[in-house]
Design a protein around this ligand. Structure first.
Ligand code: SAH
Length: 213
């Protein structure tokens, strides 16, 4: 109960007040118990206005960042979505509420395992999680209607552009290790339109088409 009140306040003061208005996105964030995705020591801060550690030097994104990135995908409930950087599985749960299928890739096996267990426990049966290098995408399941990358990239990984379907959208933070521009790429035939959605800071996307380890 204590968490429900904090979650409602978080949605109003951190997310709605800053301009996120897609009703489906707000509904998903109101529903999902964000504190469950954090190590016990940080659960008390789960609804604070900041990113938090999830172990293995990784972080769960600030709630507002999750909201902005999700809204930028423009989901209708029918999409197949590829997510790179499962982490805690929180963003995967949000996507699972709003899309038909979520395919999520995480490079750290322990994070993939705990995300899988929690998503199973919460009843999300439309999320597939794989351990691997997400910068290469998930070729056997391509094309995707939407792709979300939740780690900072030096450039947009070429395989992800190739695996984006017609009319598809990709949201990814691109920049140096300290600051990235949230970038939305929309595919129209062989053309890719780029839009900038503001400055953010993420952990590094490490892989063949990302940063070196
Ligand atoms: N969306 C997550 C936050 C992820 S933090 C959540 O809601 O909790 C970024 C994650 O990307 C980290 O777990 C990191 O291990 C992972 N990552 C970094 N490079 C990756 C790559 N090439 N492929 C897959 N996962 C990667």
């Amino acid at each position: 109960m204590k968490y429900e009140g904090r979650r409602e306040k978080m949605v109003r003061t951190q997310i709605e007040a800053r301009g996120v208005s897609d009703p489906a996105v707000l509904r998903a964030i109101r529903k999902i118990p964000r504190h469950r995705f954090l190590p016990e020591a940080f659960q008390d801060q789960a609804y604070d206005d900041c990113p938090l550690p999830i172990g293995h030097k990784q972080t769960i994104s600030q709630p507002y960042t999750v909201a902005v990135m999700t809204e930028a995908l423009g989901l209708t409930g029918r999409e197949r979505v590829l997510e790179i950087g499962t982490g805690s599985g929180y963003q995967s749960a949000i996507l699972a509420e709003l899309a038909e299928w979520v395919y999520s890739i995480e490079r750290i096996p322990e994070l993939a395992k705990s995300a899988r267990e929690l998503l199973d426990e919460l009843g999300y049966d439309n999320v597939a999680i794989r351990v691997g290098d997400g910068t290469r995408g998930w070729k056997s399941e391509a094309p995707f209607d939407r792709i979300m990358v939740t780690a900072g990239a030096p450039k947009v990984p070429e395989p992800l552009l190739q695996q984006l379907g017609e009319g598809g959208r990709l949201v990814i933070p691109v920049g140096d290790p300290y600051t990235q521009t949230m970038t939305r790429v929309t595919r129209r035939g062989s053309e890719f339109q780029h839009e900038s959605l503001g400055a953010y800071r993420f952990v590094e996307l490490i892989g063949e088409y990302g940063w070196d380890k």
